[in-house]
Design a protein. Structure first.
Ligand SMILES: Nc1nc2c(ncn2[C@@H]2O[C@H](COP(=O)(O)OP(=O)(O)O)[C@@H](O)[C@H]2O)c(=O)[nH]1
Ligand SMILES: [Mg+2]
Length: 202
């Protein structure tokens, strides 16, 4: 594979949509961008990707539908492109898309992306399918654990997509040490930290 770089904008806010295949990235992308999508070929590869724009809160975002990947240790050309896109856009915000019916399968890539120190937001998509299967996803608990915005969506109906767009500006660089501590029950939940009035005791 020859070296290349995606023709992505340098300025403004670029949002990279990343996640396992078939979690609904493209469906979310279509909901967010409408009709302005452009398909390009990643230079030096046979892998196509789509980018588009949307306006939220007076700000124009460029959003990229990154090829699906299970990890950042690529096993095929599409996964290689996903990793290279993260490298190409170090200032991007990453929107990690999870399937609400298979949250556990998406957590590996979620933590790998968070490890890179890029601002992240998580979309838990397929909430309708989870509801049908009687799977409950505690979005608030996941948000407290990860310390980044977590938004539930159903891309096929559009539910939650507006909120997801609004929350992008609140994307956060995750603190993996903090996540590990919260998992061990050693650190107060971020929610209580936010609510702290500055007592000095925390
Ligand atoms: N029930 C349901 N199906 C969805 C949802 N989002 C996407 N899909 C479907 O899941 C399949 C994979 O979606 P796609 O956007 O291609 O996933 P991608 O591989 O992550 O881009 C398609 O058949 C979509 O119509 C959702 O929120 N709910
Ligand atoms: Mg897709």
């Amino acid at each position: 594979m020859t070296e290349g770089r995606a023709d992505l904008p340098e300025g403004g806010t670029t949002v990279l949509m990343l996640g396992n295949p078939n979690v609904g990235k493209s469906a979310l992308f279509n909901r967010m961008t409408g009709a302005n999508a452009v398909v390009s070929n990643y230079p030096g590869t046979t892998v196509d990707f789509t980018r588009g724009t949307f306006i939220e809160g007076g700000h124009t975002y460029t959003i990229v539908d990154v090829p699906g990947t299970y990890s950042l240790e690529p096993r095929d050309a599409a996964e290689e492109v996903a990793v290279r896109m993260l490298r190409d856009c170090p200032d991007a915000t990453v929107m990690i898309v999870l399937d609400a019916t298979k949250i556990d399968r998406g957590l590996y890539i979620t933590l790998e992306v968070m490890e890179r120190g890029m601002p992240c937001i998580v979309a838990v998509n397929m909430m309708d399918a989870a509801h049908e299967k009687k799977i409950t996803v505690d979005i608030a608990a996941l948000q407290r654990l990860l310390g980044v915005p977590v938004v539930s969506t159903t891309a096929t109906s559009g539910e939650g997509v507006r909120t997801l767009a609004e929350q992008i500006r609140k994307a956060q660089v995750a603190n993996l040490g903090g996540i590990a501590k919260r998992l061990r029950g050693e650190e107060p939940r971020t929610e209580s930290l936010r609510a702290c009035g500055g007592c000095g005791g925390c």
